[in-house]
Design a binder for this molecule. Structure first.
Ligand code: 0A1
Ligand code: ZN
Length: 879
């Protein structure tokens, strides 16, 4: 574990590298505990910086030998420690360095650098894992051409892979063999990858737009080949889409994906050799849900799209992380929207954004999309960098329109291909194609916090004018007490009594393009003319800006929007807002010992959805789900009582279940999906609505829903229906739930990814005995603290998704997490740090829980020698 004092790295201190690396020749001899790495690096001085000593990064390395220009370097001429190699007086001009290091992949439980997953050797080098393999200037602005020779025992590792194209391979003595890979595209060290193991492979091919044939391979454990078809299909669709939507063609002869079962994140975009968490590759009707299929499609696309946004154009430094991540998430969101239903995708994305990013942005871990300082970069692979980063790119798209946006992207690819770029350089491309000034827009990258926009309206029937007054405020966040007004694009419509959008004519003669009103000031009033009858305002359509919106719309206006808005997002939002108002009132009532009230108009509006055949089932399914517990808590803001929130939400679900029971059961019977299972969005939407209907009926106390759920569980031919029925039974079914959980385990025993669903489901049941069950499950034979998927499935689900039980009033949930993190940290600091973010809302809790959460955090802080990762999160959470 790293125990070095963590210093703060700052954006303002950026200096270009003193030394550049032209070529890297790696020669790796794989061995379970003593892998020998010989690196031959061709250095040259950077003409853009002053001469300086050569300082190479390392992390836990053992140096075996060192040569400069072919001759052993005398000990007096260098200083080596496990974490650094310095040559104080390197030659004046270019030179080569040959470095031999020894690494132990089997002992690498952090899963960064070279490690073993099951018996496969694999690497993870982002952000700073390459320095755990050899000494190197491990920073993304050092881009080199890599040639990798891998040697291994042929029995142990018949498959040997690295970036680029295969240029040589053959047999060696003693049952060993080798392969040589060459990647002609200069790349930063974080994109290096190699794999060695006994893996099965599924192969296909893709003809690019210029007519080149690319070999596509997915490597998986033997016996899993039949679960790769959807990933392969997603890959081919991604490749085609990037050509059509962005004009981007693939640039090597082969594209490989390797699925491993031990992986800290979702997947990694290493050049030509993506390494994936197997959760985002493997799928079959019996083992994966519709949501799993959609995630696989999105992650495959995301990693593939990085080939241009991330790899061909990379980041100058880690402060620019959103340059590749925000942009690539935007691209994968667009891809999924084109493959599926755009409105449904947008609603789901916004739901996730609010549930994760808005919460991060309003607590102690808030940071700008481009941070200005960090202690541990691994802790900045956050929802702010990724999802808010994508929203910022989406705003550029909204402000410019599709054609100018595409022109800006084309310019970006043309201008910066092969470079390590900055966020300014990216945004400048859009400025250059439009002639606009970007200074104020850049605040989206530098100011943390979710802007709050307050809207008030005034209709003057006599004058035929409609005034829309907007005020914006950005809340204080860590180290940023005051903020400046941002550029906020608000897609807006005024809807007449007949349900149609009125023309938007500004009184000052200004033109509204594509319905986009742009707020630049702290306060501004837009006045429209020609509005004789009172319209209903639909603002922030499609969630055009990632803001909190406060409007003076009445519940009747919102019900009108729910029924008539041409923007599906705002139809959904209107119902959410009505529900949220009710929930907040009911939370207060419950805390005051009063009964929650019901809302007839909400029920009428929801009933209308169920009867509207024009609506997509997937949309209706989303509209029937009330705001989540986290959303309600965020809206309340402080003095949170998670139990009262849960009760208010449960009461609303019960109300929907009972009041709309007849319509829900009709839907349940009508929406069966004929034929065998296919994962397409339309069938998935029908299943989603049918399963939401079932769950609401059960929430309403309908005993026949339990019978139906039990029948569905037993008869299901796919995991979506089986899992949905199991969840309903586990939540409402009493002994039926117990029976089904036991059956599920025995059906899927040995299939780790499926058993993860079983862990998560049990960890998220909002009942008092859940914590004891979770504790017991940590001892279950199928559980392991060594595997990140298992840890996330059980501990992560409990801490992040079981709001009432993690936040138990007696503090036992916090104590459990603290204890678990202290045990996990020495093994896998990255995963421990990520789990610790479950404490990010502790200050908003009511006094009793707040004290207990703080005590648990302090216990972690004082719990011994913490990793830099965990210490950083705990310190920021407590600050
Ligand atoms: N760049 C990858 C995600 C990733 C990030 C960090 C990792 O290790 C610390 C691993 C993967 C992506 O965006 O998919
Ligand atoms: Zn990414």
């Amino acid at each position: 574990m790293r125990t070095d004092i963590a210093h703060t790295i700052r954006l303002k201190d950026y200096l270009p590298p003193a030394w550049l690396v032209e070529t890297v020749h790696l020669d790796v001899s794989l061995h379970p505990s003593e892998t020998r790495v010989r690196a031959k690096l061709a250095f040259k001085p950077n003409p853009e910086s002053a001469s300086a000593p050569l300082v190479l990064d390392g992390d836990g390395l053992s140096l075996m030998s060192l040569k400069l220009d072919g001759a052993p370097l005398p000990a007096a001429n260098f200083v080596a420690s496990p974490n650094q190699l310095t040559i104080p007086q390197p030659p004046n001009g270019p030179f080569t360095l040959e470095i031999e290091t020894l690494v132990d992949p089997s002992a690498n439980t952090q899963l960064s650098g070279l490690y073993r997953s099951s018996d496969t050797y694999c690497t993870q080098c982002e952000a700073e894992g390459f320095r755990r393999i050899t000494y190197f200037p491990d920073r993304p602005d050092v881009m080199a051409v890599y040639t990798t020779r891998i040697e291994a025992d042929r029995q142990e590792a018949p498959v040997l892979l690295a970036n680029g194209n295969l240029v040589d391979s053959g047999a060696l003595d003693n049952g060993r063999h080798y392969a040589v890979w060459h990647d002609p595209h200069p790349k930063p060290s974080y994109l290096f990858a190699m794999v060695g193991g006994d893996l099965a492979c599924v192969e296909d091919s893709f003809r690019t737009m210029s007519g080149r044939d690319v070999t596509l391979r997915i490597y998986v454990e033997h016996g899993k080949q039949d679960r790769c078809a959807y990933a392969m299909d997603s890959l081919k669709r991604s490749m085609r889409w990037d050509e059509e939507a962005f004009g981007r063609e693939y640039d090597l002869d082969i594209f490989m994906i390797v699925a491993v079962s031990d992986f800290n994140m979702g997947a990694m975009e290493n050049k030509g050799l993506n390494v994936f968490n197997d959760k985002y590759v493997l799928a079959s009707a019996e083992t994966a849900t519709d949501a799993d299929f959609a995630h696989i499609e999105a992650v495959i696309a995301h990693e593939y799209f990085h080939n241009w946004t991330g790899n061909r154009i990379t980041c100058r430094d880690w402060f620019q992380l959103c340059l590749k991540e925000g942009l690539t998430v935007f691209r994968d969101h667009e891809f999924s929207s084109d493959m599926r239903s755009r409105p449904v995708k947008r609603i789901s994305d916004v739901r996730n954004l609010r549930a994760a990013q808005f919460i991060e942005d309003s607590g102690p871990l808030a940071h700008p999309v481009r941070p200005e300082a960090y202690k541990e970069i691994n802790n900045f692979y956050t929802t702010t960098i990724y999802e808010k980063g994508a929203e910022v790119v989406r705003m550029v798209h909204t402000l410019l329109g599709p054609e100018k946006f595409r022109a800006g992207m084309d310019l970006y690819f043309q201008r910066h291909d092969g470079e390590a770029a900055t966020v300014e350089q990216f945004i400048q491309c859009f400025a250059d194609v439009t002639g606009r000034d970007i200074a104020q827009f850049m605040l989206w990258y530098s100011q943390a916090g979710t802007p709050r926009v307050t809207v008030s309206t005034h209709h003057d029937a006599a004058a035929g004018t409609y005034a829309l007054s907007l005020k914006q405020a950005v809340p204080p966040t860590p180290n940023q007490p005051t903020k400046s007004p941002m550029v906020i694009p608000l897609v807006t419509g005024l809807i007449g009594p007949d349900g149609r959008d009125l023309p938007l004519v500004l009184a000052d003669g200004g033109v509204v393009r594509r319905g986009v009103l742009v707020l630049h000031e702290a306060e501004w009033t837009f006045t429209f003319t020609g509005i004789t009858e009172r319209p209903v305002l639909s603002i922030n359509r499609g969630f055009s800006a990632p803001i909190e919106l406060v409007t003076d719309l009445s519940n009747d206006d919102l019900a009108f929007l729910a029924a008539h808005d041409s923007d599906p997002f705002n139809r959904w939002q209107a119902l959410q807002t009505i529900s949220m108002r009710l929930l907040i009132e009911n939370v207060a009532s419950i805390r005051a010992g009063k009964a929650p009230r019901s809302d007839d108009k909400l029920m009428v509006a929801l009933a209308a959805l169920l009867e509207n055949p024009a609506l997509e089932p997937a949309f209706v399914a989303l509209a029937l789900v009330p705001p989540g517990e986290g959303d309600i808590a965020r809206e309340i803001g402080s003095d949170i009582d998670p139990d009262a929130i849960f009760q208010a939400r449960t009461a609303l679900r019960r109300e929907i279940g009972t009041r709309l029971g007849a319509a829900l059961s009709t839907l349940y019977e009508r929406l069966t999906v004929p034929g065998g299972y296919t994962p397409d969005a339309t069938s998935a939407g029908r299943r989603a609505l049918r399963n939401v209907a079932l769950d609401l009926m059960a929430a309403g106390g309908d005993a026949s829903a339990i019978t139906w759920a039990a029948r569905q569980y037993d008869a299901a031919d796919n995991m979506t229906d089986r899992m949905a029925a199991l969840a309903t039974l586990a939540l409402h079914g009493g002994p039926e739930g117990e029976r089904a959980l036991a059956d599920f385990y025995s059906r899927f025993e040995g299939d780790a990814l499926v058993i993860d669903k079983w862990f998560s489901l049990q960890a998220t049941i909002p009942q008092a005995d859940t914590l004891d069950k979770v504790r017991a499950l940590t001892k279950h034979a199928a559980f392991s603290f060594g595997n990140p998927n298992r840890v996330r499935a059980l501990i992560g689900a409990f801490a992040m998704s079981n709001v009432t039980q993690f936040n138990r009033a007696d503090g036992a949930g916090y104590d459990f997490l603290a204890e678990t993190l202290l045990a996990l940290d020495p093994k896998n600091p990255q995963v421990a740090a990520r789990m610790a973010t479950a404490f990010r809302t502790w200050r908003t809790l009511e006094e009793g829980r707040r004290g207990k959460a703080e005590a648990a955090l302090k216990r972690i802080k004082e719990g011994g020698e913490l990793s830099r990762d965990l210490a950083d999160i705990v310190e920021r959470a407590l600050a």
